[in-house]
Design a protein around this ligand. Structure first.
Ligand SMILES: [Zn+2]
Length: 457
């Protein structure tokens, strides 16, 4: 069973996230719900593992396949049914939490098993999905999803949200961006997920939102954006969009803090037993992480908004982010730039704003092709920052990324005339952004390259 909601025509799915400021009692209830979610998940996973182990053992005694212990049904529905029969026994305190907490854990388990199964059978793109592991309070993200019950924004003010069982929780910021849409009847909340990350509680409302009529592009025309490693992006307008500055500075500070924390770490003691000074350093590290993540997200949103507001067509390259993250030399910068996230944003914003997104195929040699004469270089190393055309009659010398962005912009024109033969694909204007969540991993557009196909750098 899939929990993904398909929006109605003319609507898109959008998440609205707010930081929470729960009271101590509410924080306790939030922890309890996340614990309940985890309990149900781990209970279900233990059953699945026991069942798989039993069948494996029987096979080793050469029990015929049709006489093996029957396999468990891995659907969320089936997990819930079994849970309801046994919950008095395994979690006699179950009534303390909303039943949604348990349903959320079991639905996550069903999804995780489904993803693993699809990945194993080669029906899923991206990195190989591991078999689900038990979650622990220390290692895993605390979260809990509500799909039914009384949740949403407060009807009386814009600083509270309502959650089942937990009540009205104060938010760290105004909820107006969503409240206005709900009042205007252009948004409907479908589910709410609470989570605890980097020392804070958050709620994320998944809403079905009616998009506004697209405005005409302010600049118009086509822009090729080469998402870079050294800079965030290079545009075919000649503009270089730098990486967020605060990122480098904050990361240097982070390394200093991490060294400080490790000096204060007393070996042989558990984190709870460490000194007050170590905990102080940890708190600062957590806050800095939070700052870096928010600032980066903000920078990416500014860029993607600007591209999709200013231009009619945006051409980007289909980089194999999942593959690139595996190579250690580049992984750091690419993770920093949040390339997958930027692609995801450009993708849904082009569909909101009525723009065209053209994604060049992964093997299209945008960097190696001369943007002036079209001759493709035999070799261009990653460290060559300048493109020099091999064709003596042309002799173009140009910044590597700018050359690539010209080539990408050129692809848009080809895509408009014959989309089959040019090595590029256009997005569907009414694409569902909900389908392409998680940044970069396993996410691609258009034609699919055979696995292991080299990226044309
Ligand atoms: Zn040339």
């Amino acid at each position: 069973m899939s929990r993904k909601f398909e929006p109605r025509p003319g609507f898109t799915m959008q998440a609205y996230q707010f930081a929470l400021e729960p009271t101590e009692t509410q924080a306790e209830a939030l922890r309890s719900h996340c614990g309940a979610q985890r309990k149900a998940y781990n209970w279900g996973l233990a059953r699945v593992k026991a069942n798989l182990g039993q069948r494996e053992a029987e096979r080793s005694y050469e029990v015929p396949e049709d006489q093996l212990t029957p396999p468990l049904n891995w659907s969320a529905y089936s997990f819930r049914r079994d849970w309801n029969q046994i919950k008095d026994e395994v979690a006699p305190w179950w009534a303390e939490n909303s039943k949604e907490a348990y349903a959320s854990g079991l639905a996550n388990l069903a999804d995780a098993l489904g993803n693993w199964n699809a990945s194993r059978k080669g029906q899923r793109n991206g990195l190989k999905v591991r078999f689900p592991r038990f979650t622990s309070a220390k290692r895993s993200t605390w979260s809990c999803t509500f799909t039914t019950g009384a949740f949403g924004l407060s009807t009386t003010d814009r600083r509270h949200v309502r959650l089942p069982r937990i009540g009205a929780v104060r938010t760290g910021e105004s909820t107006r961006k969503l409240a206005r849409r709900i009042e205007a009847d252009t948004a409907r909340i479908l589910k709410a997920t609470v989570s605890h990350r980097r020392g804070r509680w958050y709620v994320s409302f998944q809403a079905e939102v009616r998009r506004d009529q697209p405005q005409p592009a302010t600049v118009g025309g086509t822009v090729g954006a080469d998402l870079g490693v050294k800079s965030l992006a290079v545009l075919s307008t000649g503009e270089t969009v730098p990486n967020p500055k605060h990122l480098d500075a904050a990361q240097r500070e982070l390394r200093v803090l991490q060294r400080r924390a490790s000096r204060r770490w007393i070996p042989g003691r558990k984190p709870d037993e460490q000194s007050r000074r170590w905990h102080q350093a940890q708190d600062r590290i957590r806050r800095l992480h939070s700052y870096v993540a928010n600032a980066r997200q903000e920078g990416l949103h500014q860029l993607s908004t600007r591209l999709t507001t200013d231009f009619d067509s945006i051409v980007i390259e289909d980089l194999n982010v999942a593959g690139m993250l595996r190579s250690h030399t580049l992984s750091r910068s690419i993770a920093d730039v949040g390339m997958g996230e930027l692609r995801r944003q450009i993708t849904y914003k082009t569909s909101w704003n009525g723009r065209h997104l053209v994604v060049a195929d992964r093997w299209y040699p945008s960097s190696k092709t001369c943007s002036s004469c079209g001759v493709v270089k035999a070799k261009l190393r990653m460290r060559d920052r300048t493109f020099r055309c091999d064709n003596d009659a042309c002799g173009l010398v140009i910044d590597r990324d700018l050359n690539a962005s010209y080539n990408l912009a050129g692809l848009a024109h080809e895509a408009n005339t014959s989309s089959q033969s040019c090595g590029a694909t256009e997005n569907e204007p009414a694409g569902n952004p909900g389908k392409t969540s998680l940044a970069g991993v396993g996410y691609r557009h258009g034609k699919t390259a055979p696995d292991g196909a080299a990226k044309a750098a």
